[in-house]
Design a protein around this ligand. Structure first.
Ligand code: ATR
Length: 304
């Protein structure tokens, strides 16, 4: 792994026209976004440089003043600031407003506009890697927290036949289901408790884990004790977790012959959409993927 893979060479040659970009969060120093986005700038010849700032909640306002003062062109926002950041912006895109969180800011000549690329990033990855057409499909979501919220509106926009939200705490599933049908007009959005998981899985075309169960370092976790034999043989098992690249849920589903879709693509495509919003150029997705896989310690062949 050379200096480039380590991100030691940031964007292109930095000069007085270089545009600044960054990601903020608390914590932030585990983030792979700087490596991924600087690779994208180099690949496309964009004169940009992307770094990470550790911003605590009490400094969000000061940070935004800094963005305005310095003309930082683009910002990615991660945990725990995706909701709070909204009150500091000039405009929020309609879909980010519906889901109530922003992960990308475009500084359009001093006007700060908030978007959310998580859900569309997830859906683009799912369609390109596992299920090309979601229209008329039956989708099951495990979990009803912030991560579920982040992708469910984009899924609803694909006009599936049904979305069933399965959650340990049924009230949260009911609340999210009502919000999704209210905002998207999708009629058949259901909420069930964990007891309904088997029945939901038996009918599903795509089953998505949005809980953090199975994420490193607790890699032996299985969300809601799901049994992969409940999934139809042609169903897709999907994750938003990308560390490990294949969770226990996906490993068991794959061993049982089901199609699997890992969470890495969501991370790549949320960044790809941000890049496209900022630059107006298509994102160099394969190069971005290669850089992230290297940073995670895998070779590019590790993921199919
Ligand atoms: P995030 O923003 O990452 O989604 P969250 O809002 O805390 O985090 O939501 C976590 C999700 O994982 C919730 O759906 C949660 O279920 P509850 O709403 O019942 O808490 C789910 N979850 C977390 N730990 C779980 C466990 N041990 N078993 C089942 N579900 C779990």
């Amino acid at each position: 792994m050379g200096a480039e893979a380590n991100g030691l060479k940031a964007g292109n040659a930095v000069d007085s026209r270089t545009l600044l970009y960054c990601v903020i969060g608390d914590p932030i120093h585990h983030s792979k976004s700087p490596l991924m986005l600087n690779r994208a700038f180099r690949e496309t010849g964009e004169n940009g440089i992307y770094t990470a700032f550790h911003i605590t909640g009490d400094r969000l306002g000061a940070f935004i003043q800094g963005v305005r003062a310095m003309g930082i062109r683009g910002v990615n926002v991660t945990i725990p600031h995706k909701v709070e950041i909204m009150s500091h912006l000039d405009e929020i895109d309609a879909s980010a407003r519906a889901l109530g969180a922003v992960n990308t800011i475009v500084n359009d000549n001093g006007r700060l506009i908030g978007y959310n690329t998580d859900g569309i990033g997830y859906v683009r990855s799912l369609k390109e890697e596992a299920a090309a057409d979601l229209a008329g499909k039956r989708i099951v979501l495990l979990g009803a927290g912030g991560a579920a919220r982040g992708i469910v509106y984009a899924l609803a926009a694909e006009r599936p036949a049904t979305i069933t939200i399965v959650n340990r705490t049924i009230d949260r599933a009911e609340e999210l289901a009502a919000s999704v049908s209210g905002h998207t007009g999708l009629k058949d959005v259901r909420a069930v408790g964990a007891f309904g998981l088997e029945m939901a899985c038996r009918q599903a075309d795509v089953v998505i884990n949005t809980t953090s169960i199975g994420m490193s370092p607790q890699t032996e976790g299985l969300p809601m004790d799901i049994n992969v034999s409940w999934l139809k043989t042609e169903a897709v098992a999907s994750e938003i977790i990308y560390n490990p690249l294949k969770t226990r849920f996906l490993r068991e589903a794959e061993a049982a012959g089901r199609r699997v879709h890992g969470g890495l693509g969501m991370f790549i495509y949320q960044g790809a959409y941000a890049f496209e919003y900022w630059t107006g150029k298509p994102a160099p997705v394969p190069a971005m993927r290669e850089t992230v896989l290297e940073a995670l310690g895998y070779t590019s062949q590790a993921i199919t």
